[in-house]
Design a binder for this molecule. Sequence first.
Ligand SMILES: Nc1ncnc2c1ncn2[C@@H]1O[C@H](COP(=O)(O)OP(=O)(O)OP(=O)(O)O)[C@@H](O)[C@H]1O
Ligand SMILES: [Mg+2]
Length: 291
Amino acid sequence: MGGPEPLPVASLTGGEVLGPTGRPTRVHPTPAPLYQHGPARIVALCNQKGGVGKTTTTINLGAALAEHGRRVLLVDFDPQGALSVGLGVQPGQLDRTVYDLLMDASLAVDDVLLKTAVAGMDLLPSNIDLSAAEVQLVNEVAREQTLARTLQSVVADYDVVLIDCQPSLGLLTVNALTAADGVIIPLECEYFALRGVALLMQTIDKVRERLNPQLHVDGVLATMYDGRTLHSREVLARVVEVFGDAVYDTVISRTVRFPETTVAGKPITDYAPSSPGATAYRTLALEVLAR
Ligand SMILES: Nc1ncnc2c1ncn2[C@@H]1O[C@H](COP(=O)(O)OP(=O)(O)OP(=O)(O)O)[C@@H](O)[C@H]1O
Ligand SMILES: [Mg+2]
């Protein structure tokens, strides 16, 4: 997202500090305050493997970007509604969701939009209704562009839109990739982390070729890292070997604090503001803004 080149910590301290990725840890500059907002960069959080940290990253990266003064819109694009739940919304009690926006062109985004407890961060919530969209959209003209069209009207109001995808590569995810400028791929530091990633990359390539020429991978985020185990370190080393500089320096460690935040219905930056998990997502936000 532009910004000055980060400085390696080593050049600031005179010593070499290697991060978990094996590269020197860099300090990313605090972004300049914004005096006007938009147009938003739209980023899809995508991996068809379940439980890798897509939703956790959407909430906490979004909240950290909002702390940096960015106007953030989160789009819950998973019928499970985990993003909505994680922000304290009861999906079953919603009158209108992102599903209605996709299906009814006469609705405005404002009719569905919810403010979150985080200043500057809004939510387009979802619930199980969205599972019907996959089937219903199949018969639509330009069915892959439905979300992109929906978001067009609000791009000017936000700096970042984060789309939390469901764990599949179906039509909803293709809609998210068609609407997006970039993709962040969370990978859990576990044995099967890389399984299926080739298929995800092929899907991204196809969407770029056929639907959305500007789409590219913003970065690969290692999640649920446990530096005490050789296994976790080996998986991360392999991820860096495969994806190189695409891997964010910031690595999200495994901590029970994240499941706790879901129960609390808050981002970790609110729930445990000085925890290492909150710090990690703040650092990630700086890195995302600097890229
Ligand atoms: N860094 C972490 N450390 C420990 N637990 C985590 C971490 N990140 C996420 N979790 C927990 O792991 C579970 C899965 O995370 P999350 O829901 O973010 O993944 P997801 O990729 O969105 O899953 P799905 O594919 O089902 O949508 C949740 O219970 C979450 O609280
Ligand atoms: Mg999820």
